[in-house]
Design a protein around this ligand. Structure first.
Ligand code: KG4
Ligand code: ZN
Length: 340
């Protein structure tokens, strides 16, 4: 029997709905909220309100684009967390309403597990799935984690940031340079014209497989402060070099621990996921490292790097296989410690 899942994602500032039948994507619609740009970051209350306005047209649009109606849906998957509580609440309540009104089961998805499982979204029934076990570096605006994926049902976090996430390092450093939010893609673009060796910034000395980015952020800030004293146009005159140097430091930190984790766990299938996995420098550097280390490298298509409901629908699909349904009284969670 074929199974069709409606997925709903609303954890931050993107409202998204997707439809997947038997692991194959049929529709994935995303409505991104522009309202936050003028504030230099996501404003939670505005995000919740925009989700409320967007969610019905987005779900409707996904059904239409798949040529389906709600009666064709077998289960509703939604992001339970982690994320902004008000934003999550909109998606969770909407999913419950759809499930209740149409007598459908619910599937609660961990957003981070969704990012990892974006590698399991198939565009056609013939699309190959990644080889397992897989080591996935999950790099988003709120998380930086090294995850051993033994199966879509079995993931273990083996390393993570003890302070800022990699995306946060990009965004915060961009902000002090006066670049627009989100800073990651802007730094990526400007880096292409800069010299990555122009400046050097502090790299953390954290034991094991954990990350830290707060020292780098401070070191970046101090470099700007010191130069600005004698050179008021320092940022403007060195923007591309600052971006390129910062980006290459973040990439070195990320890939250094990834390599170490692969050695420690004897894994040669490697993936990246999350918003920062769109970074062109990170993608190139990982491909190069993969060639040297004889890894099978999986880069997500750019449309699956940032928040989307296709990854929530595929995670729901795997939960459905195991009858892991959620009760109607399940609450959203701003923080989630494990990858269940
Ligand atoms: O996964 P995501 O869309 O949302 C979270 O779950 O956090 O990730 C958003 C993050 C932001 O920090 C953004 O700056 C970063 O991903 N990002 C990038 C790039 N595109 C998005 N960072 C570096 N280079 C990019 N090209
Ligand atoms: Zn995300």
């Amino acid at each position: 029997m074929s199974i069709t899942i409606l997925g709903i994602e609303s954890s931050c500032d993107d409202t998204s709905a997707a439809i997947i039948t038997d692991g194959v994507l049929r529709a994935n619609l995303i409505s991104s909220q522009e309202v936050h740009r003028q504030y230099g970051g996501v404003v939670p209350e505005l995000a919740s309100r925009a989700h409320q306005a967007n969610i019905i047209p987005v779900v409707d649009g996904a059904l239409k684009s798949a040529g389906l109606s709600i009666s064709d849906i077998d289960a509703v998957a939604f992001t339970q967390g982690p994320g902004l509580l008000g934003s999550l609440l909109v998606g969770v309540s909407f999913a419950k309403g759809v499930a209740l009104a149409n007598n459908l089961p619910l599937l609660a998805v961990n957003h981070l597990q969704g990012h990892v499982l974006s590698h399991f979204i198939r565009e056609t029934p013939e699309s190959p799935l990644p080889q397992l076990p897989l080591l996935c570096l999950l790099v988003s605006g709120g998380h930086t984690q090294l995850i051993v994926v033994r199966s879509p049902h079995d993931m273990e976090i083996v390393g993570q940031t003890i302070d800022d996430a990699a995306g946060e390092a990009f965004d915060k450093c961009a902000k002090v340079m006066g670049l627009p939010y989100p800073g990651g893609p802007v730094i990526d673009r400007l880096s292409k014209e800069g010299n990555a060796k122009a400046f050097s910034f502090a790299k953390p000395a954290i034991a094991g497989l954990n990350y830290s980015f707060s020292g780098l952020k401070t070191s970046f800030l101090y470099t700007l402060r010191d130069h600005l004293r004698e050179h008021p146009n320092f940022i403007e005159d060195n923007k591309a070099d600052l971006c390129a140097s910062l980006q290459s430091t973040i990439i070195d930190i990320l890939l250094g621990k990834l390599k170490r984790a692969c050695k420690q766990y004897g894994i040669k299938n490697v993936a990246i996921a999350g918003g920062v996995s769109a970074n062109s420098g990170l993608r190139d550097a990982l491909l190069q490292m993969g060639q040297k280390e004889c890894w099978e490298v999986y880069l997500p298509p750019l449309r699956y790097t940032t928040d989307n409901a296709a990854m929530i629908a595929i995670a729901g699909y795997y939960k459905h296989q195991r009858d892991e349904f959620a009760p109607l009284d399940l609450a959203p969670q701003a923080r989630m410690e494990s990858l269940r």
